[in-house]
Design a protein around this ligand. Structure first.
Ligand code: ZN
Length: 511
């Protein structure tokens, strides 16, 4: 590991620890390649063997990481760690390694393998059942996921809520109570704005659902991702039914997108979103690559980067001042009769909708908050899996005024509960939304030229500010510490609410 403190001489134990952690990292990276393949190109019949491959690698990684020798090395390196500044790469690595190790040794490797195999089978079952709207097929699988998630939580000391361990894993330093507090203050301000907006006439967006050839969409999306700063020399884009980003190293960060011939929004914004995740991973400091610190700080912080590029930049007037003439000349038949202002209003149209990934910026967080509440209820047993569809539809009606016509577009729509534990999966999206505005605000405070640069298709100042102040930190710090270091203040909803009020106040009447 090369660091900013190159003068630090490493004890032999530290070098040995790095070597052992590198092995664990490589096994995880190999799992991630198989996971990427499973979500993109795996032939339908190859599901069983793939689940076994993943289970084997997960078990091996877990066994190597929980080896007693790692505990001995971590103990013996205590004095070395105390002799270093706590923000040095070495001290941070030891701190995070100790935290991960203490967590991992609580969980038997056999359980990790069982869970990995179950997740793989669960994902494959969902991929078949969702298009068929076959809720019965996935009910027992989801029940098993809930049981396994509870069993996992049971390996840890009892906390205020069973889901605390999952929230802390996704968002280090946060817990159920802190997320609830954030969500309730946001919800109190958001719901009145949403009600005001949806009572108003909606702008026309029918031209977004004309026929858009997917190959041309693909080329336009790649051009935009490249322009934003996603490095195709250290990554690639592929198609996936549920877009995601995965990283095996800062030099190999894969993004995916999905394209619809009849909706321009899907591919365009999914590409910008995933490019945002991708640029974060590509921007981790080179010295952290291949270590426990060589990835993003948390799912919420990660999501702040995808949201920043997708929404704060990608759905702004300024961006389309640069981009619209390019898009229009790419699709002259479809957009020739549409002005830039009409296009801007259409891509920011607010409307209660069934599908989270298609939701507008205003209603999106309501989708997240309901999922967060359902996760807690499923995990603590106050909601049974068999009652989920009914509870889902009732909450949907309350929050968004519409009832899903099917489970396919209701409680089965997201991959998360079918590829991960039942809790800790969704809060990051709203934390990310909140933080995207906070980051952009701070970047513009330091570089007031950013909004004008965006209007001329220049994104380098913004990206390099993000790289220096956030991306480079990798996973050295917990969520709060990362946010304070990057933006100079703790997580706050104010910049996000200001952003929403300014933007949607201009589009709609918000008294
Ligand atoms: Zn994302």
């Amino acid at each position: 590991m090369t660091t900013s403190q190159t003068s630090v001489s490493h004890p032999a134990e530290y070098t040995e620890l790095l070597g052992r952690l590198a092995t664990v990292h490589d096994l995880h990276a190999a799992s991630a390649v198989l996971g990427w393949d499973q979500m993109t190109y795996l032939p339908a019949g190859a599901g069983g063997p793939r689940g076994r491959h993943l289970a084997t690698l997960t078990r091996l990684a877990h066994e190597h990481f929980t080896d007693d020798r790692i505990g001995v090395l971590l103990d013996s390196l205590g004095p070395f760690e105390s002799s270093l500044p706590s923000d040095s790469d070495e001290a941070s690595l030891l701190r995070i390694a100790r935290q991960d190790y203490r967590r991992a040794v609580r969980v038997p490797g056999s359980f990790m393998a069982t869970f990995a195999e179950h997740q793989s089978a669960s994902y494959q079952a969902w991929a078949v059942a969702r298009p068929a709207n076959d809720w019965e097929a996935v009910t027992p699988i989801l029940e098993r996921t809930v049981d396994l998630s509870r069993e996992y939580a049971g390996f840890f000391p009892r906390t205020a809520h069973l889901a605390d361990v999952f929230v802390d894993e996704a968002e280090p330093g946060l817990d159920v109570a802190s997320v609830r507090e954030l969500f309730s203050s946001l919800r109190a301000r958001l719901v009145p704005m949403v009600r005001q907006i949806i009572a108003q006439p909606r702008p026309d967006d029918t031209f977004l659902t004309r026929a858009y050839p997917v190959d041309t969409q693909w080329q336009f999306g790649e051009m935009v991702a490249r322009k934003l700063g996603y490095d195709f020399e250290r990554g690639r884009q592929d198609r996936a039914p549920h877009p995601f980003t995965t990283s095996f190293s800062r030099n190999d960060v894969r993004i995916t997108t999905r394209l619809s011939e009849t909706d321009l929004r899907f591919g365009l914004f999914a590409t910008m979103h995933e490019a945002g995740h991708g640029m974060y991973e590509q921007g981790v400091a080179p010295g952290l690559d291949g270590t426990l610190l060589g990835s993003g700080a948390s799912s919420g912080v990660h999501e702040s980067q995808s949201r920043l590029w997708e929404n704060v930049v990608g759905r702004s007037r300024g961006f389309w001042k640069w981009g619209y003439s390019r898009l229009q000349s790419t699709f002259p038949g479809q957009l020739g009769d549409v002005t830039a202002d009409q296009f801007y209003r259409a891509i920011n149209r607010v409307e209660p909708s069934l599908i989270r990934v298609e939701a507008d910026e205003m209603t999106y967080n309501l989708h997240i908050m309901m999922r967060f509440d359902f996760e807690l209820a499923l995990l603590d047993g106050s909601l049974r899996v068999t009652d989920l569809p009914e509870a889902w539809n009732a909450r949907f009606k309350d929050d968004l005024g519409i009832t899903p016509p099917s489970n396919q577009d209701g409680c089965m729509q997201d991959v998360h509960w079918f590829a991960s534990p039942i809790a800790g999966q969704f809060q990051g999206y709203t934390i990310g939304n909140v933080l995207s505005a906070q980051c952009f605000d701070r970047a513009c405070e330091v570089h007031p030229s950013i909004p004008t640069e965006i209007e001329s298709g220049e994104f380098g100042t913004l990206l390099s500010w993000l790289q220096t102040n956030l991306h480079a930190l990798g996973r050295k710090y917990d969520v709060n510490d990362t946010i304070v270091r990057a933006t100079g203040r703790a997580l706050t909803i104010e910049p996000y609410l200001d952003y929403l009020r300014d933007k949607f106040g201009d589009l709609y009447d918000l008294s």
